[in-house]
Design a protein around this ligand. Sequence first.
Ligand SMILES: C[S@@+](CC[C@H](N)C(=O)[O-])C[C@H]1O[C@@H](n2cnc3c(N)ncnc32)[C@H](O)[C@@H]1O
Length: 341
Amino acid sequence: MTDFIATSNPGFAPYAMEELRRRFPGMKLSGLAPGETFKLNSGALSGRELIKLLRQDEPIFLRHLFPVDNEVQVSGDADAVAASMVRFADACADRLRGASVAVQVRKSQDSPFPFSSAEGRDALAPALRELGAEVTARDARWILSVYATRSSLYLGLSDPADNLSDWPGGAVRFRREEGLISRAAFKLLEAERTFGLPLDRFRRALDLGAAPGGWTSVLLDRGVQVTAVDPAELSPALEGRPGLRHLRMNAAELDLKPDSFDLLVCDMSWDPRHTCGIVEELAPALAPGGSAIVTLKLMYRKPLQTIADLTAEYGRFLEVRRVKQLFHNREEVTIWATRYR
Ligand SMILES: C[S@@+](CC[C@H](N)C(=O)[O-])C[C@H]1O[C@@H](n2cnc3c(N)ncnc32)[C@H](O)[C@@H]1O
């Protein structure tokens, strides 16, 4: 029986909790930071068993979690709080010696925790180095997590893969590259990583609702040829890019040859049922085995029901592989599906 600190996108924790309750009836859940962070208990399952089940079939709205190995009282006293964190690191000495470790520190808004994330990490780093660990930000063997609430400090040491994301709280950050056309581009970059779907392995992509061209530009950068469909203008930055064709029209009016693309992406911010109808019409243009990555807007009152209905709809003509709310999704989720072979 293990406690975990779990995180979802702001406002979506109730849905993450509902998903968990449906899968694990009777699971004990309690809110920590409203709408975003909560505590869960693995109940009759061991922490390892729960992690295994969650990794096999990730809940849509659960972005991140870490196991709580230690819970102590928190205060605003910097020395006392630093001492608690160092005591925890000392207790993990066997695993940390000679290993790389990332320290991830977060707190709820009402916490008296006296450090910022960076200060919390700096307060722990000397003790970790003394134990023979290498403190790093990325690709670490271990993640040492600290989460502070109004009354408690939760501490845990885990394998990054077991946290569902190796970013603090699952907040994936991409470098804001020079000349980025739109923030929407981050959604496609995150989908690539989350679904384990390297974009450079595709050759011809259909981008529905492409303007101003963030997704198109990511695909072109990976050497994919793109047919971008949108009545709106693409960014001038895309003008003359080799491999790009812009069809200035409504996607509902497209007439495409069968099997002409191996990737279909769609980020039309529109009623998800209409979007599904358009993707269904165009699905034959996707070669068997080809992938579709589609943003589903959550514009109805019951997101879980909307997603269940849409998954069933998409399932009639595509094989739905994953549905996930990405960190860069706002009031939406992203679906990855493949054309039946
Ligand atoms: C959120 S933006 C897409 C952003 C884009 N993925 C990017 O990275 O820059 C949505 C776009 O969908 C387009 N759109 C909406 N309905 C459409 C339709 N039926 N056919 C084609 N484009 C459509 C809009 O014109 C708008 O440019």
